[in-house]
Write a protein that binds this ligand. Structure first.
Ligand code: BQF
Length: 297
């Protein structure tokens, strides 16, 4: 029996509709819409396309959204100054600095500079620390999208063994921390695998829910997957495809066709975790806006 396909695009659409209502309600109370600013340094084509998708999605849920585009050679101090002015801007509730940054800019300096209350990417050390302490506030968008997708597709993680492949600060580490939280959406037994793991297939075979977040195409093959398990593919890889106008297509980290024959449920790429990431960014922005409004009156 082929796997159930978990439709991230459809779930994300549902979340965007919920956020749109919250954004309208916020605007009525606050006298202004929730405001999102995306800072993009440089012209990495993938980043340009992600940023466009984010600002467009924010506009579609009637937020006030804008991208600040800076040349690759922008000095770190100039980026920090722009972040400080956005921190002080009362019309701006969410700030996101698109990653990766050019080599000459220290990512940590930039992430530390974004006000923790406006940190809609959930990467400020204060928000990372809160999550680790079990006091989640603004959470990184991709891992929270994974949890939300599990919940809304009837695959709640509680009591399950979730094996996360990948230990990045953006996905693997925060996802493991979220799955360990007490309560709904958490309470999982979590194993994190990485490049230092010996016998990866041994661990992936133990997974009720397997998350592929290693950032390389075809990293999870059918022989690594337990029959009937849930496979979540976080990977976004461009592979050459001459039959496409763009010259490439997107694939995940999972050997999709073969794994779909073994798994009980699987997320596609595109249309899986990617759209959920954007939906969670919008959700974080309304949440940040509501908290900032609440702390003013
Ligand atoms: C889809 C990202 C790696 C490094 C930096 C929808 C996105 C992608 C795919 C998207 C990603 C990946 C983003 C789909 C944002 C997800 O339909 O499958 C949306 O825009 N993403 C990013 O901002 O930075 C990245 C991946």
């Amino acid at each position: 029996m082929p796997a159930q396909i978990i439709d991230g695009a459809a779930i994300a659409e549902q979340i965007r509709q919920e956020v749109a209502q919250q954004a309208i309600a916020f605007a009525e109370r606050a006298g202004m819409p929730p405001g999102l600013r995306v800072v993009l340094v440089g012209d990495n084509p993938a980043s340009v396309s992600y940023v466009r998708g984010k600002t467009r999605a924010a506009e579609e849920v009637s937020m006030n959204s804008d991208t600040i585009r800076l040349p690759t050679i922008t000095p770190e101090e100039d980026v920090l100054e722009i972040i400080q002015s956005l921190n002080a801007d009362r019309n701006v509730h969410g700030i996101l600095v698109q990653l990766p940054l050019p080599e000459h800019i220290d990512e940590r300096h930039i992430l530390n500079a974004v006000s923790a209350d406006k940190d809609v990417d959930g990467l400020h050390p204060l928000n990372v620390g809160k999550l680790m302490r079990g006091e989640p506030y603004l959470l990184p968008c991709t891992p929270s999208g994974v949890v939300e997708m599990l919940l809304r597709s009837g695959q709640a993680p509680e009591g399950k063994h979730v094996v996360v492949c990948g230990r990045s600060n953006l996905v693997g580490k925060p996802l493991a921390a979220m799955l360990l939280l007490r309560g709904h959406g958490g309470n999982a037994t979590v194993t994190v695998c990485h490049t230092g793991t010996k016998d990866l297939p041994y661990f992936t075979h133990q997974a009720d829910i397997l998350v592929a977040a290693m950032g390389r195409a075809n990293s999870i093959t059918a022989d690594m997957v337990k029959a009937g398990s849930v496979v979540i593919d976080v990977g976004i890889n461009r592979v050459d495809d001459v039959s496409r106008k763009s010259g490439y297509r997107l694939v995940g980290d999972v050997d999709y066709d073969a794994v779909a024959e073994v798994a009980g449920a699987i997320t596609p790429v595109p249309g899986g975790v990617g759209p959920m990431t954007i939906a969670m960014l919008l959700q974080n922005t309304v949440k940040a806006a509501e908290v900032q409004l609440g702390s003013k009156d």
